[in-house]
Design a protein around this ligand. Structure first.
Ligand SMILES: [Zn+2]
Length: 352
């Protein structure tokens, strides 16, 4: 019998190699896969086979010449596509497998093989632009996944949430004038990549469908829960997505070497619960997650485990718990919450 939650897990994702001191290394997935093999996690999840995405699929977001440029790195020794973003001989293939892994996770959820799914893939994707690699990312897995859900499954509205430490510039730009897709991001700001101010709310018909919550260092579980419950949740329930997608970056973990946020594994479970509840209310629980950042290996595995247990329903953060956690948020977060609401209030009755 299929389990409630599917996972994409494949050792071919180790083949995208980065230099010795690069934080985004195969060690991240090796640790997660080890956690998934431990006695308390083993056999709990339905394995979803990834496939290599086609140029046509990747072309839903990326320029053809750019895809060709990445393809040309195949078989070549290390090259740099941007100062942070390297390729090794098998990076192109691995990046195609990351796209195909997330697409297959979406398909498994839509078919009803599983209720929800987590794609443990790399390289990550949310910084990749239509015509440019950036920030460890080659192809934008979550953006292609959203287009895949729209084109292949005739969905009309997709909610993309991005809780990674960094702003997902590539995802935002992919849908900046597109009202079919909400892009909601919390991120450290000002910080890499520089985009993601509260004033960036979309363009033309897409106005109000990009929601950015730029944060100084310091917010933890309480503040994140408050932001998700007071901004994201009402907007999402009004939007009524056909599916919820998550760019899950665990670099907001309190000991992450790249970040200044204070989220704990329990906090990640709370945020996942809010998204699972949105999916339950709007779209029969359809929820698919793709891995972005997260560079403290222990924190990454502990946090992924908490999220998976929440997705599978082995644990369930109660509404009462969420209310309590929200009530303890530092008051300093209210100012940014009000600023963000002011920027998008015009477009959402739920915020008026
Ligand atoms: Zn990140």
């Amino acid at each position: 019998m299929p389990s409630r939650t599917g996972i994409v897990k494949d050792t071919r994702y180790f083949r995208h190699e980065t230099s010795v001191f690069h934080p985004e290394s195969a060690k991240r997935l090796e640790a997660i896969y080890k956690m998934l093999e431990a006695p308390d996690m083993k056999d709990k999840f339905t394995l979803i086979e990834p496939a290599y995405a086609t140029t046509e699929e990747i072309g839903m977001i990326h320029e053809e010449w750019y895809i060709e440029a990445v393809a040309k790195t195949a078989g070549k020794a290390h090259t740099y596509l941007d100062p942070d973003t390297e390729t090794s001989p098998e990076s192109y293939e691995t990046a195609r497998l990351a796209v195909g892994g997330f697409n297959n996770a979406i398909d498994a959820v839509v078919r009803g093989d599983v209720q929800n799914a987590f794609a443990f893939v790399r390289p990550p994707g949310h910084h990749a632009e239509a015509d440019r690699a950036a920030g460890f990312c080659l192809f934008n897995n979550v953006a292609i996944g959203a287009m895949h859900a729209i084109k292949k499954h005739q969905m009309k509205r997709i909610l993309v949430v991005d809780w990674d430490l960094h702003h997902g510039n590539g995802t935002q730009h992919s849908f900046y004038d597109d009202p079919r897709i909400i892009y909601f991001s919390t991120h450290q700001y000002p910080y890499y990549p520089g985009t993601g101010s509260a004033q960036e709310v979309g363009r033309g018909a897409g106005k109000g469908y990009t929601i950015n919550v730029p944060l100084r260092t310091g917010p933890g579980d309480n503040e994140y829960v408050k932001i998700f419950r007071t901004i994201l949740q009402p907007v999402a329930l009004e939007f009524k997505p056909d599916m919820v997608l998550l760019s899950a970056g665990f670099d907001i973990y309190f000991k992450d070497p790249l970040g200044g946020m204070k989220v704990t594994p329990k906090g990640f479970a709370c945020l996942a619960r809010i998204l699972l509840d949105i999916a339950d209310s709007c779209c029969g629980g359809r929820f698919a997650v793709t891995l972005e950042g997260g560079y403290h290996i222990g924190g990454l595995t502990d946090s992924c485990k908490m999220v998976l247990n929440e997705m599978r329903g082995d644990t369930r953060v109660s509404d009462e718990d969420l209310k309590k956690i929200e009530a303890e948020a530092d008051r300093s977060i209210d100012k940014i919450i009000d600023t963000v609401k002011d920027q998008v209030r015009l477009y959402w009755k739920a915020l008026q």
